[in-house]
Design a protein around this ligand. Structure first.
Ligand SMILES: [Zn+2]
Length: 136
């Protein structure tokens, strides 16, 4: 029971490169060549100006907790991974992403500096970017 994997995300042609990079230990964002917006979740069209002239950008993988909540139960989630810190992390590049901060809930608050880690799941070429409190 303790070996249960986290849920596997749905990989689409739009997000395949994002998940593959995560499996390789890299966090990718998208950057619009027309308006300059850097954004996450990876979409083929810029969410601001709807341009399809968008590029991939490798994020540093650092940021801070913008907001968070602590879940003590969650359907389909491995019981050994509870409680779960669900957070909006604001990356240093600007975008905010919904993610998990893998730590004791007492170790996190708004403004906590965090850095990315990648969690393997039961699927090839996919890993889940999560965050942990930054070492420094
Ligand atoms: Zn744009």
């Amino acid at each position: 029971m303790s070996e249960a994997s986290r849920p596997v995300p749905e990989v689409t042609p739009e997000t395949e490169r994002y998940w593959e990079a995560a499996a390789d230990g890299r966090l990718l964002l998208r950057e619009c060549r027309d308006c300059g917006l850097t954004y996450h979740y990876p979409r083929a069209l810029c969410p601001d100006c709807f341009s399809d002239d968008v590029d991939w950008l490798e994020a540093a993988g650092t940021g801070e907790v913008y907001s968070y909540s602590v879940a003590h139960s969650m359907s389909g989630w491995p019981a050994d991974d509870l409680p779960l810190v669900v957070a909006y992390v604001e990356l240093d590049e600007g975008p905010r992403m919904v993610t998990n901060v893998d730590c004791d809930p007492d170790e996190v608050t708004v403004g906590t500096r965090v850095e990315v880690r990648f969690v393997d799941v039961d699927a090839d070429d996919v890993a889940i970017p999560v965050f942990v409190p930054a070492a420094e």
